[in-house]
Design a protein around this ligand. Sequence first.
Ligand code: SF4
Length: 72
Amino acid sequence: MSGAGVRVRVRVDPELCIGTGECARIAPAAFRIDESRGVSVPRPEAARVDRGVLEEAAHACPTRAIALRSGT
Ligand code: SF4
């Protein structure tokens, strides 16, 4: 099988997230800010977003709240 079938599990730790919105700016298809809680929440479509974009968002997060895992 090709890499196209590999899914990435995207998680945001709400204890670490401080709601800066960097992730949603870099990868708006993968993250949205929950205004009521002031934290980022991965979108259901996040697993289909380009891995490089997800990694860029994760690296840009000031609190390292974003975790990426290769899922099955
Ligand atoms: S970049 Fe990090 S701290 Fe900022 S909203 Fe996204 S997950 Fe939260």
